[in-house]
Every structure is written in structure tokens, then in C-alpha cells.
Write a new protein. Sequence first.
Length: 128
Amino acid sequence: MEMGSRRDSLMMRLRDKPGATAAPVSAPLGRRPIAMVYKVMGKMFAIVGLSKVEHVILKCDPHVVEVLKLTYAGVGHRSHLDRRYWISVELDADVPADEIARLVDQSYDLVCETMTRKQRAELGALKK
């Protein structure tokens, strides 16, 4: 799959999550966005890098982080976020598309688990 289309399909999957919103992030004095931040109910669950090295930063189960890093060369850490809970996945590396999709779903679900009852109820209404 071509790189641009892989990133585009990833961004579509993120955008299609119930309650998901996306906002561009630009570097200081920059005009073009360097990343897109995806949130659900105001809580971040993904960051898609738009620079030369296309990647996505996702929340991850801390028990799985080290296994993923040992299994795939394209999984690592690339942000100020806590490396125990957040991973970076390079889109042009050895991580299969179905694994990336699973990690996106897991990230979204992990963030939704931290919501209040009221937020979950509001999100549930969006899913119907």
C-alpha cells in the first residue's frame, strides 16, 4: 500500500471513531500542521505525524508495550508522553496494517475506560 494512502486510511479510521475530533498542531511560527491530534470527549487517543517520517502515537496497555517493541522495529517512543503508556508506530515500517488497526482500537478503548459515567453516557448516545 502506498504511504499516503496508508496514512489516509489510518486517519479515516481515527476520524470514524464515535465522538472523535481532530485538530491540527503547527510548530511555532509554522504555517503547515506537523501533526493531527485525535481526541474523544476531550481526551487524546492518537497523534498522527505529518512530517517526513509518517507515524502515529497511540495509548497502549503497559503490559504489551515491551512485547510490541521487541516484535516490531517500527514500534518505539517519540514524544514527551509517558513511555509506559504511549507508543509510536512508524507507518512505513514492519508493523502490519491489521496490527495498527488493532492498536488504534485499543488506544480508543483505553481512553474511553477513563471517562466518567456521564461522559460514557454521552458517548453512548453518539454511538446509536
